[in-house]
Design a protein around this ligand. Structure first.
Ligand code: PHB
Length: 377
């Protein structure tokens, strides 16, 4: 290639906002396309399996940023079969080769720390006990739709005030384990109706202690988790995922804008690396709806990196980056189905269609590592 052609290639790259480099704290990212945290249900006995090495390394690029699937922080954290954990030595060791493979490709890899709270069933709980939550109210509808699932979730046990520090500590221990496994940092799952959100949102949180009632009180436990994890591993290695506008898993709030802004301001004070927000249009996890809400005030309230998720295609992603609405775009379904998504976006190439029937099946290859690449690598 002549010097002139090389320059032309670089110039063209620069006009694709999604392909512009970005400095996220201490991490030098070569593009803006993030692998969203995706539950793939390919773990066994809550231990990540070796087929995840290929899955994640297929999606890793030099300077790319990957967020791992939700990983339980303690024995009470699980809500589904075949999701991984990060609370035992065996679980930690299982993550090591997966993280190494991602690092070999030059990507940055965060572990998502998760507690399902009441989105669970006693069958996933130690000794068949009730799942824990901020409340004793049982989940009435399934994720993102109104299908009645009263039989799927067990009525939760409300955690006592004096148990909360232990829950905070579970996140701290899991974060330490994630770092020991080699992850570059952690994302705390504060969205989608799971435990932290069961405290944040007033349609679920009905506590009368210091963790319920006012906005400040409802945000107390999630903020304690974030601060404690940041104190342990460094705020520069901590992000959080939030979905104030969604009501997935029967977890809505009467004033999501105030909730989002209060969290953004408080998290800014802690100085964490990023907030990862689910777009208000994702009222369900599958379709985009028009809503009156906007992420702009939340973006303005937060000093760090702002990642958005919510069915972004190439042109919407480019628009969000070029307008300054977001720093990075997390892609779930498109990245699941297109392991070489950054290359495809760069070339504006055709995309593979995701197959929802294999999102959560357990096969180590089908629907997991068999989506084709543009060029065989
Ligand atoms: C989610 O964030 O929606 C989520 C997390 C963990 C799961 C499934 C879904 O196992």
């Amino acid at each position: 290639m002549s010097k002139k052609e090389e320059r032309k290639e670089v110039d063209e790259r620069e006009v694709i906002p999604l392909l512009n480099p970005y400095k996220m704290g201490n991490f030098d990212l070569s593009h803006r396309i993030v692998l969203a945290p995706l539950t793939r249900s390919r773990s066994y006995n809550f231990v990540a399996q070796s087929h995840a090495v290929l899955y994640y390394s297929q999606r890793a690029t030099k300077g790319g940023f990957l967020i791992g699937e939700a990983s339980g922080v303690s024995p009470t954290a699980q809500g589904y079969p075949n999701t991984p954990g990060i609370w035992t030595r065996e679980q930690l060791e299982a993550w090591k080769p997966i993280v190494s493979a991602v690092h070999e490709k030059g990507a940055i890899f965060f572990c998502q720390l998760w507690h399902a709270g009441r989105v669970s069933n006693s069958q996933y709980q130690p000794d068949g006990e009730a799942p824990i939550s901020s409340t004793e109210k049982r989940l009435r509808k399934d994720i993102g739709n109104n299908k009645a699932t009263a039989d799927r979730y067990t009525t939760p046990r409300r955690v006592r005030t004096d148990e909360v520090p232990e829950l905070v500590n579970d996140f701290v221990i899991a974060a330490k384990k994630a770092i020991e496994a080699g992850f570059d940092g952690v994302e705390i799952h504060g969205g989608n109706g799971y435990l932290l959100e069961q405290f944040l949102k007033d349609e679920v949180n009905d506590r009368d202690d210091e963790y319920g009632g006012s906005l400040e009180n409802r945000c107390r436990f999630p903020l304690q988790v974030v601060k404690a994890v940041a104190d342990e591993i460094g705020a520069d290695k901590v992000g959080i995922r939030l979905s104030p506008f969604a009501d997935y898993n029967d977890c809505g709030d009467s004033n999501p804008q105030a909730l989002g802004q209060y969290m953004a301001q408080s998290l800014s004070e802690v100085g964490i690396l990023y907030i990862h927000l689910i777009e208000p249009r994702m009222v369900t996890q599958f379709d985009k709806f028009h809503t009156k809400w906007s992420l702009t005030p939340i973006r303005k309230a937060f000093k760090g990196t702002f990642i958005v998720a919510g069915g972004y295609d190439r042109s919407e992603g480019n628009e969000a980056i070029s307008s300054g609405a977001a720093d990075l775009i997390a892609n779930g379904r498109l990245f699941l189905a297109n392991p070489d998504l950054p290359a495809r976006f760069e070339l504006d190439a055709e995309l593979n269609e995701p197959d929802p029937t294999t999102f959560y099946t357990h096969h180590p290859v089908i629907g997991y590592t068999d989506y084709p690449f543009l060029h065989h690598i």
